[in-house]
Design a protein around this ligand. Structure first.
Ligand code: ADP
Ligand code: ZN
Length: 306
């Protein structure tokens, strides 16, 4: 079935910490979008299901894609498939994101919001022509989605690259703020980490402030390690910090060749400027990613009829 040619009727849900965005599309063209505030799991998911039921009744949906904040169990074989795991978001731990969807009788796919965004940027945004891409959002936390060889990466769980524990810049003794690891990369360069580290709202710290050098060094280490482990063709960096501090992100990219010390071929400043790029889909990345998950559910073996 050639879904995007046929313009199949698809639905996608992006379940975020503050809002759920539901979209209905023909192929990859969004026809309608509805925002539901994220309150309790019961109220939020009930509203989303009512909406899906209405869409399905008006015209049969070919598939449903769900892109959810994590951590979430996305292994179809696990007994708690579709459940939210340990989350600081009150009331959401253990929530069953898929409960009630079985009534629709259409295939569905579930992945993380960041894997879905990675898929969307690769297919429709900053990574067109690539089949291996990492999407990183640096905001309140650090989330990372990974697509390798055209497929979102997951295994035992899913990538949690924001908690990678990397080396430190010489002379920097900031302890980091991650409640689990202290100075993992999220503990060092997320928005709240920068606030603690710089002693001010990071948006108010001038781009030329020398303290950004240390931050860029930390981010460079993340980028270099991702290039060494997953060999992405693109690393898309967004989120409030990623978009708000482009000079710092570009500075991080420029530090990578020296960190790699010639080990990876052809990695110079020009190559890094092509690899590390901003997102282009903006707020559409989530809903479009969910639609792409639906497209995959309808067309490939991972889609389960429920
Ligand atoms: P969330 O991660 O909650 O989805 P955002 O991606 O918008 O939200 O990120 C919010 C974080 O980004 C906040 O911690 C904020 O301090 C930080 N931030 C926003 N704008 C800037 C900026 N211009 N420079 C640095 N940090 C910023
Ligand atoms: Zn951590």
């Amino acid at each position: 079935m050639l879904l995007h040619d046929a313009g199949s009727h698809l639905a996608g849900l992006e379940i975020g910490g503050t809002k759920l965005v539901a979209a209905r599309a023909y192929g990859r063209a969004i026809a309608e979008r509805v925002t539901i505030p994220t309150t309790t799991p019961e109220a939020t998911l009930h509203a989303a299901r009512e909406l899906l039921a209405r869409w399905h009744a008006s015209e049969a949906l070919a598939a449903i894609g769900i892109a959810a904040f994590g951590p979430v169990r996305i292994d179809r074989a696990a007994p708690d498939y579709g459940h939210v795991l340990a989350t600081p978001k009150p009331g959401w731990e253990g929530a069953d994101l898929l409960a009630g969807l079985s009534g629709f009788g259409v295939p569905f796919a579930l992945d993380t919001d960041v894997n879905a965004a990675a898929l969307a940027e690769m297919s429709l945004g900053a990574g067109q022509g690539c089949d291996s891409l990492i999407y990183i959002t640096i905001g309140t936390g650090i989330g990372g989605g990974v697509v390798v060889g055209g497929r979102p990466a997951h295994g035992r769980l899913h990538p949690e690259l924001g908690h990678m524990m990397l080396g430190r810049e010489a002379g920097d003794d900031f302890a980091g703020i991650c409640p689990f690891h202290g100075d993992c990369i999220e503990g060092l360069v997320s928005g709240p980490a920068l606030h603690a580290r710089l002693g001010a709202d990071p948006a108010a710290v001038a781009a030329g402030d020398p303290r950004w050098e240390t931050v860029a060094g930390d981010l460079a280490r993340l980028i270099a390690n991702l290039m060494l482990t997953l060999s992405p063709q693109r690393i898309v960096i967004g989120g409030g910090v990623g978009l708000g501090q482009r000079a710092m992100v570009q500075g991080a990219a420029r530090k990578v060749p020296a960190l790699l010390a010639g080990y990876l071929p052809d990695i110079d400043d020009d190559a890094m400027a092509r690899i590390v790029v901003p997102p282009v889909l903006g707020h559409d990345a989530g809903p479009l990613g969910a639609i792409l998950l639906a497209e995959r559910a309808a067309s490939c073996e991972t889609g389960a009829q429920v």
